[in-house]
Design a protein around this ligand. Structure first.
Ligand code: AL2
Ligand code: ZN
Length: 249
């Protein structure tokens, strides 16, 4: 359930995601380390249309592609990345920055393979999952995105998958790796409160035409009347008594 009993208020609090990040009340935490991304391009495996979005899956049988340092203890194994978008370029991101929405948001999902033996096990613990969020802002065509988008016609309908190997995920990271971090949840079912969120402060670019391609994915399977994944971002949730920390002052 992820309900926490906060004694002073005698009520139950949720630690759900996404949230609006108030950059003025975020607290600089000098003990936060720089993020360390160690991704092996050969661990990319396939693209899958899961109905509410598409996942780019990586083989997670060993710690070949890991995220470490930053706010994390130990290392977290890369398992997949996916995007959230809106029905127009005016919204689409899940997290907001001072009330500002971006047209899309990338989530790079990792699980604590040092402490737990599987993703499903890790997802039951507050320190089980680490998701790096990267905002997409409107701009020039993003070449790293293009290599994904040109495969989307092979996974048009729900349940379809296609091979996708040799992908340089670093190409989807901005130059500046400063971040905000807070404890939250998955933003889709099962909404487990198992995520250390790491939201990068610098956005990467996406073109309007590339976003259009996301919206052509179908949430229906091939033998159903087609309907499209026009948007898949969850509304922001109450911060309650949580503090958002910043890696820089
Ligand atoms: C058994 O428990 C499970 C726990 C999680 C999942 N996943 C599917 C979810 O859609 C989901 C949502 C994520 S987000 N938007 O980054 O918060 S990450 C993620 S997932 O791929 O890990 C499957 C089983
Ligand atoms: Zn997500």
């Amino acid at each position: 359930m992820g309900l926490h009993y906060s004694h002073h208020k005698h009520c139950l609090t949720h630690h759900q995601s996404p949230i609006n990040i108030n950059t003025r009340t975020a607290k600089y935490n000098p003990s936060l380390k720089p993020l360390k991304f160690s991704y092996d391009p050969k661990t990319a495996k396939r693209i899958v249309n899961v109905g509410h979005c598409f996942n780019v899956e990586f083989e997670d049988i060993c710690d070949k592609s890991v995220l470490s340092e930053g706010p994390l203890d130990g290392h977290y194994r890369l398992c997949q990345f996916h995007f959230h978008w809106g029905s127009s370029d005016r919204d689409g991101s899940e997290h907001n920055i001072d009330g500002h929405l971006y047209p899309a948001e990338l989530h790079i999902v990792h699980w604590n393979s040092k402490k737990y033996t599987s993703f499903a096990e890790a997802a039951k613990h507050p320190d089980g999952v680490a998701v790096v969020g990267v905002f997409l802002k409107l701009g020039n065509t993003n070449p790293a995105l293009q290599s994904i988008i040109e495969n989307l016609d092979k996974v048009k309908t729900k349940g379809k998958a296609c091979p996708f190997t040799e992908f340089h995920l670093n190409g989807l990271l901005p130059e500046d790796l400063n971040y905000w971090t807070y404890m939250g949840s998955l933003t889709t079912k099962p909404y487990f409160e198992c995520v250390t969120w790491i939201i990068l402060q610098e956005a990467i670019t996406v073109s309007s035409q590339q976003l259009e391609q996301f919206r052509r994915l179908q949430c229906t399977s091939e033998n159903e009347n087609p309907s499209f994944i026009l948007e898949n971002h969850r509304p922001v949730q109450p911060l309650d008594h949580r503090v958002v920390y910043s890696s820089c002052p």
